[in-house]
Design a protein around this ligand. Structure first.
Ligand code: ZN
Length: 331
C-alpha cells in the first residue's frame, strides 16, 4: 500500500503508519506481520530501529528479493528463519543488524567426504546469518535448531567472500586460509551475491582473520584448541577425552560428542566385530579351518572403525561443545 507519510519517510511495503503513545512513536503495520503487533519506532530512531522477534533487522534487505522487490512468500520464509535465531540477540553489537538468514552446510573435510560419506551430511547443517558486520556460522541440528555452537566470520578480516555455484567461498586475509560452505539454499543464492556486493571487506582491523567460535555463555571469542572460556570459565569437551573414550568403549567418542545416531550405528558395528573376534578366537583354539582369517579381519575392521571415530570426533570437538548446557548470555 502506498501512503504519503510512508513515501516521505522512505518506508516500503507497509499497510499503515500511525503516531501512538504519549511519546509520539511511529507505529507501522506491515502486511507480512499479519495479526501481530505493529512495529513501533521511536521517532528519532527512524527506519533503522526495526526489530523482528527482538532481533534488529534491515527489513528492506531481509524481506526483499535480489532486485530489492518485496515478495510475500519470500518474506514469510525469511521470517521463519529469523524465528530460529532469536538466541542471537546478545551476540549482536550495537548498530549491528541482520540482513539475511540462509540455510547451508559447514565445510566438509576430505576425510569426511570419503570415510563418513555424504549419507551423514545432515550432521553438517548450519544457518548463516549475514549482518552488516559479519557472517554468523551456526552449526545446527538436522532441523536447524541451535545447539550452543556459534562461529563468526568478520567481513573486515576477509580477502574475498563469494558465491561459487551453490557454495559460499570465504578467503581470509592474506589468502592464508580458504573455506567452502556447501549447498547454500538455492533460493537465496542471487540475494547473497547481491548482498555481498554492498559489503566492504577492506576495512583495517586487528580482528582475527579466520572463522572464530564464540562462547555460547558470554559471547566472547574462543581461542583455538582451548577447552575453557577465558572470560566466563565455561568448559568444553576435550579432544583427549574423545580419543580415550573412542578407544575404550563401543561408540564412546560419538556418544561423548552427542552424535547419538552415529553412536548407535558405530555401537552395532563394534559389537558385531567383537562377537566375530570372540567366536573366531574360540574356533582358532579348536583348529577350525579359516578361523584365522576371520580373526584377523575382525581385528583390522575394529581398529579401522575406531580410527575413523577418533579422527571424526577430534574434528567435531573443534566446534566447541559445552560440557554442560550453558546459561543464555544476558540480553
Ligand atoms: Zn564464556
Amino acid at each position: 500500500m502506498k501512503l504519503p507519510l510512508a513515501r516521505t519517510l522512505g518506508i516500503k511495503n507497509c499497510d499503515s503508519i500511525r503516531i501512538v503513545g504519549p511519546f509520539e512513536h511511529l507505529a507501522i503495520d506491515y502486511s507480512d506481520l499479519k495479526g501481530e503487533n505493529p512495529v513501533i519506532l521511536a521517532r528519532t530512531n527512524g527506519v533503522s530501529g526495526q526489530f523482528m522477534y527482538g532481533i534488529p533487522v534491515d527489513r528492506d534487505v531481509l524481506l526483499t528479493n535480489h532486485k530489492n522487490v518485496h515478495k510475500k512468500r519470500l518474506a514469510k520464509r525469511r521470517r521463519k528463519l529469523v524465528e530460529k535465531i532469536t538466541f542471537l540477540k546478545p551476540f549482536l553489537n550495537e548498530n549491528e543488524k541482520v540482513l539475511l538468514v540462509a540455510k547451508g552446510y559447514s565445510p566438509v573435510s576430505t576425510f569426511e567426504k570419503y570415510l563418513i560419506g555424504w549419507f551423514f551430511i545432515y550432521l553438517k547443517r548450519s544457518l548463516f546469518v549475514f549482518t552488516n558486520q559479519r557472517i554468523f556460522h551456526i552449526p545446527t541440528t538436522a532441523v536447524y535448531t541451535y545447539r550452543n555452537t556459534i562461529a563468526q566470520i568478520i567481513y573486515s578480516g576477509c580477502e574475498s567472500i563469494a558465491m561459487k555455484g551453490r557454495s559460499l567461498v570465504v578467503e581470509y586475509s592474506k589468502k592464508t586460509k580458504r573455506e567452502k560452505f556447501l549447498w547454500i539454499s538455492g533460493k537465496e543464492r542471487k540475494k547473497i551475491t547481491e548482498l555481498l556486493k554492498t559489503i566492504s571487506l577492506s576495512a583495517p582491523t586487528d580482528e582475527s582473520s579466520e572463522r572464530t567460535h564464540l562462547c555460547p555463555s558470554c559471547t566472547n571469542s574462543l581461542a583455538k584448541d582451548t577447552y575453557t572460556c577465558e572470560s566466563c570459565g565455561l568448559q568444553f569437551k576435550t579432544k583427549i577425552t574423545a580419543i580415550i573414550l573412542s578407544i575404550l568403549f563401543p561408540a564412546g567418542g560419538y556418544l561423548y560428542t552427542r552424535k547419538y545416531f552415529l553412536g548407535f550405528i558405530s555401537a552395532i558395528v563394534e559389537i558385531v566385530l567383537l562377537s566375530v573376534m570372540g567366536l573366531s578366537f574360540m574356533n582358532l583354539q579348536n583348529d577350525v579351518g579359516g578361523s584365522i582369517y576371520w580373526f584377523l579381519f575382525s581385528i583390522v575392521a575394529l581398529l579401522s572403525e575406531k580410527a575413523v571415530m577418533i579422527v571424526h570426533t577430534s574434528d567435531l570437538i573443534k566446534e566447541f561443545i559445552p560440557k554442560t548446557p550453558p546459561l543464555q548470555p544476558k540480553q
